[in-house]
Write a protein that binds this ligand. Structure first.
Ligand code: MSP
Length: 499
């Protein structure tokens, strides 16, 4: 039986359409999903929308919707459309206003309630609607939310609380015993410090909010949006509506999140799961944030980038390549159109595209379009590094390795000069061209998670299909002598022509 791999993105608020930051998380998850599918794992990739949030309700009012659900349906549809346009291969899409989610949340709440981990208390605090989180006076900068720089609301109400602090010790032990649980390491240190020194019980309901899932034991209140939203990782795979599916897929291998929501995922969420006596996810990976041309992306600056528009202009695959190469996964970075164009022209058009075109043209010219005699060789040394990079989510490193292989091939051509060998040494020429063609095959496999259509185009030009046996495909020499190649259109046409 295939080993499963369950990967998630955060579920996104629907008060606006996706921007490039949301697309970044989703594209990274998609690359990992495609990688593990190629490796033969049974992948389940979940994304969705977080709909029971105050800011969605505010947005519905702002845009003149009387019927909040109608607004949520329209907006959630726009997120689905964007992921379809970006060819994201999620297996399901969970919405927190769906009945299946509500049922699962009620089941989960009951578990935590029966455990005695929910109590009533008075909450007085400062609330940022954009973060959907409470702050202390000392957290604020000039009286405003430290992240959004907007005014916070003073809230005082009777709420239900979750005994988060009861799990302090258990959380610290789990983090200590499982070094891979929170990645990268800097984030782990941040969470440990928070859990040790700052974590308090949290209010998990709102009396003043009218939209959301009612607290099962107190219909006058709705559940706090984070308590409800985190449970999507369970309800999206059957919790409360298909036990068999749920038991098969849970726990998640990876929750992919931005660094902004690490505490919710690495403290509140595992504590909730411990309370409900469910296994904890294997890992939470927090990637960094990026700026646009050095500036924070914001509506007021007018620099919000729409990923679908960029993909229309530059091509979806160059966009995926650029994002996952440029912004080192786990660190902060910067997005710029100049940078995107530079990588397009350099690494894609002049690099991978040009190499593929040259190797195929030489095969046509010197071997009548057929793969020459197989050249024996050791396995390609880059695979270990590539797989290690992918397994530890250092996606940019995997792409650096691809870049090294392209460079090695270009150097081989410059060194051996096939056009001279054609006149002097046919045997050597065959060896060089076989090596280049077979290396292109490996390159296509490595590119597949990042640029699946490009990878397929390269394989098709080599007369091949996407392999089904990854370990075998990684061996040297799978390209058969005599295979007919089929030179195609340039992989990355010059940019001026696509604009
Ligand atoms: N609804 C919550 C998540 C609930 S998960 C149980 C939420 N939604 S969000 O719509 O605000 O999306 C936040 C996510 O978008 C971040 O965690 C991150 O993955 C992504 N990003 C938003 N802006 C980003 C950048 N500027 N750069 C990189 N990623 C960004 O929080």
């Amino acid at each position: 039986m295939k080993e499963k791999f369950y990967i998630t993105t955060p579920i996104y608020y629907v008060n606006d359409v996706p921007h490039i930051g949301h697309a970044y998380t989703t594209i990274a998850a998609d690359a990992l999903a495609r990688y593990y599918r190629l490796r033969g794992r049974e992948v389940f990739f979940l994304t969705g929308t977080d709909e029971n949030s105050q800011k969605n309700v505010d947005a519905a009012a702002k845009f003149g919707y009387d019927d909040i659900q109608n607004y949520l349906d329209v907006m959630s549809g726009k997120w689905k459309d964007a992921w379809r346009d970006l060819k994201i291969t999620n297996n399901d899409f969970i919405r927190t206003t769906e009945e299946r989610h509500k049922k699962g949340v009620e089941k989960f709440f009951k578990k935590v309630w029966d455990k005695g981990d929910i109590y009533q208390g008075e909450y007085e605090g400062l609330y940022c609607v954009s973060c959907e989180a409470f702050y202390k006076e000392s957290d604020l900068i000039d009286g405003c939310c430290p992240i959004h720089k907007t005014k916070v609301q003073a809230i005082k109400e009777k709420n239900w609380f979750f005994k988060l602090t009861k799990y302090r010790q258990a959380l610290l032990e789990h983090i200590e015993k499982n070094p891979g649980f929170i990645q990268p390491e800097t984030r782990r240190n941040e969470v440990v410090s928070y859990v040790k020194n700052f974590m308090e019980d949290v209010s998990i309901s709102r009396a003043s909010m009218k939209w959301g899932i009612p607290v099962p034991t107190d219909q006058t209140q709705v559940l706090y949006v984070w308590f409800d939203a985190l449970i999507n990782y369970l309800t999206g795979i059957g919790y409360g509506w298909d036990d068999k599916k749920f038991d098969h897929l849970w726990p998640a291998e990876v929750h992919l999140v931005g660094k902004d929501i690490i505490k919710f995922h690495c403290a509140l969420w595992p504590a909730m799961l411990l309370s409900a006596e469910l296994p904890l996810p294997k890992s939470v990976f927090a990637h960094g944030f990026f700026t646009i041309d050095g500036e924070k992306m914001s509506k007021s600056l007018g620099n919000v980038v729409n990923p679908v528009e960029v993909a229309d202009k530059y091509g979806l695959e160059p966009l995926r390549y650029y994002l996952l190469h440029e912004i080192h996964f786990g660190s902060d970075g910067d997005f710029s159109f100049a940078g995107l164009e530079q990588r397009y022209n350099g690494e894609l058009a002049n690099g991978i595209g040009n190499l593929t075109a040259r190797v195929l043209a030489m095969t046509e010219k010197y071997f009548d379009g057929r793969v020459p005699k197989r050249a024996a060789r050791d396995p390609l040394k880059h695979w270990d590094g590539y797989d290690r990079a992918m397994e530890s989510l250092r996606l940019h490193e995997a792409l650096q390795i691809v870049g090294e292989i392209v460079k090695d091939c270009d150097e081989l051509i410059d060194r051996e000069k096939p056009w001279t060998l054609a006149k002097t040494d046919r045997e050597k020429l065959a060896e060089v061209l076989y090596t280049l063609l077979e290396t292109l095959r490996h390159l296509a496999l490595m590119l597949h998670p990042f640029m699946p259509e490009t990878a397929l185009k390269i394989l098709t030009q080599l007369g091949l299909e996407l392999p089904t046996d990854y370990d075998r495909a990684k061996q040297w020499g799978a390209l058969e002598t005599g295979t007919r190649i089929a030179r195609g259109e340039p992989l990355f046409p010059r940019l001026a022509a696509t604009k």
